[in-house]
Design a protein around this ligand. Structure first.
Ligand SMILES: *Cc1c(COP(=O)(O)O)cnc(C)c1O
Length: 393
């Protein structure tokens, strides 16, 4: 069995491209060209150069000694928190802005929820001097003022989505409407391994640099390429896809995916898609999705904005149903405490998304000789107010 996308963008029974007819020319142009462009030496050279000099790659693979001692096993952290802009998302936006240039596009649009993907997109648009419009729900604009300010400072126009619940899904609808109206000059940068084919596959390939580095870094440090476990949090699933990518077809590497259980899987306030989701279509892709009996998408909840998504990308839906990955749900409380623990033990304040991945250490028993790589997807600066409120600091 393969865990990568087939030619039509299917991961098992998940994926594909379920889009309105009027969007077909846009995705088709991308589909026909993305693999060829990513394979061009000039593309690879510029991508690698920017990852090195601008993003700061390779990010370290750090042996967490005190954390390892506490859990009596060997734990390495992949330090995506040290990427420029503070998380892995920029790996993808760098790749897509270069893709847009190769396709002759001179205008970028994006959707954003909490603003992290909007900032990563506005950053690469500033870098390239390309016009940037970010759609964001009106409610999110009010909730996420610092990221709105960052995007504006970077030269992006932030357009409020005023319909529906005025959050991420409405911003996505506005972005799609824009793309339909501007098929020739505009590229739509999607922020995770979601959306219609070829986005999940393209974004996974851009993020796959994470596991490409883990392989040689682990060989350098431990003399082996393969850890026993690779662990990552899953919102849409892009940091996880990057961390798993080169291990997908290596069965001896066990894959752990960590979802947000919010206030509890069955509390009605959660984002635990694998536990609660059923097959459905969201953002042009067939995948697991939290929905009501008559198919209305359920409003997700998590204390971390980046995991607050009602679905997962099709790769992860397939990893779950095939049993290739073990899915663990972590509550807000467990994640917050794990974030504080990492801070105290290692001097690293993680993004609350990443804190979820560390909380599994209290759920699962590992052997002293196990090699565990945890993807530290981002840093916690953006979450300071949430930590302060939660712990009364
Ligand atoms: C956005 C974000 C996530 C969730 O997105 P994925 O596509 O699932 O990786 C996780 N961690 C951080 C730090 C983020 O900013």
């Amino acid at each position: 069995m393969s865990y990568n996308a087939d030619k039509k963008g299917y991961y098992g029974e998940f994926g594909g491209a379920f889009i309105p007819e009027m969007l077909y020319p846009n995705t088709e142009e991308l589909r026909q060209n993305y693999l060829r462009i990513m394979d061009e030496p000039s593309f690879k050279k510029e991508f690698d150069q920017l990852l090195k000099d601008y993003v700061g790659r390779p990010t370290p693979l750090y042996f967490a000694e005190r954390l390892s001692k506490k859990y009596n096993t060997k734990i390495y952290l992949k330090r995506e928190d040290l990427c420029h802009t503070g998380a892995h998302k920029v790996n993808n936006t760098i790749g897509q802005i270069l893709m847009a240039k190769k396709l002759g596009k001179h205008r970028i649009i994006a959707e954003t929820g909490a603003g992290q993907h909007g900032v990563a997109t506005a950053t690469v648009c500033a870098l390239m001097g390309i016009e940037c419009v970010v759609y964001m729900g009106e409610i999110d604009i009010a909730r996420q003022a610092p990221n709105v300010a960052r995007m504006k400072m970077l030269g992006a126009e932030v357009r409020p989505a005023l319909s529906g619940s005025k959050t991420l899904k409405d911003a996505t609808n506005e972005a799609i409407r824009d793309w339909i109206n501007n098929p020739v000059d505009t590229h739509y940068i999607i922020g995770s391994v979601v959306g219609p084919h070829p986005y999940p596959d393209m974004v996974a390939r851009f993020q796959s640099v994470i596991s490409e580095e883990i392989k040689w870094q682990l060989r350098e440090k431990e003399g082996v390429e393969n850890p026993d476990y690779v662990v990552a949090c899953v919102g849409g699933g892009s940091n996880a896809a990057g961390a798993y990518y080169h291990y997908l077809d290596v069965p001896e590497v066990k894959i752990i995916a960590v979802e947000a259980a919010g206030k509890g899987v069955h509390s009605g306030e959660s984002a635990a898609t694998s536990a609660l989701g059923q097959m459905g279509i969201i953002h042009g892709s067939k995948t697991l999705l939290m929905q009501t009996q008559d198919g209305q998408i359920t409003e997700p909840y998590s204390i971390s904005a980046g995991l607050d998504y009602p679905g997962v990308g099709p790769m992860h839906a397939h990893l779950f149903t095939s049993g290739r990955a073990e899915f663990i749900s972590i509550t807000d409380d467990e994640a917050m405490n794990a974030g504080l623990m990492l801070t105290k033990l290692e001097g690293i304040i993680p993004a609350i998304e990443s804190s979820h991945a560390f909380a599994i250490l209290d759920h699962k028993k590992f052997e002293p000789n196990d090699l565990i790589v945890i993807n530290l997807s981002g840093r916690g600066d953006k979450d300071l107010d949430t930590y302060i409120d939660y712990f009364n600091l």
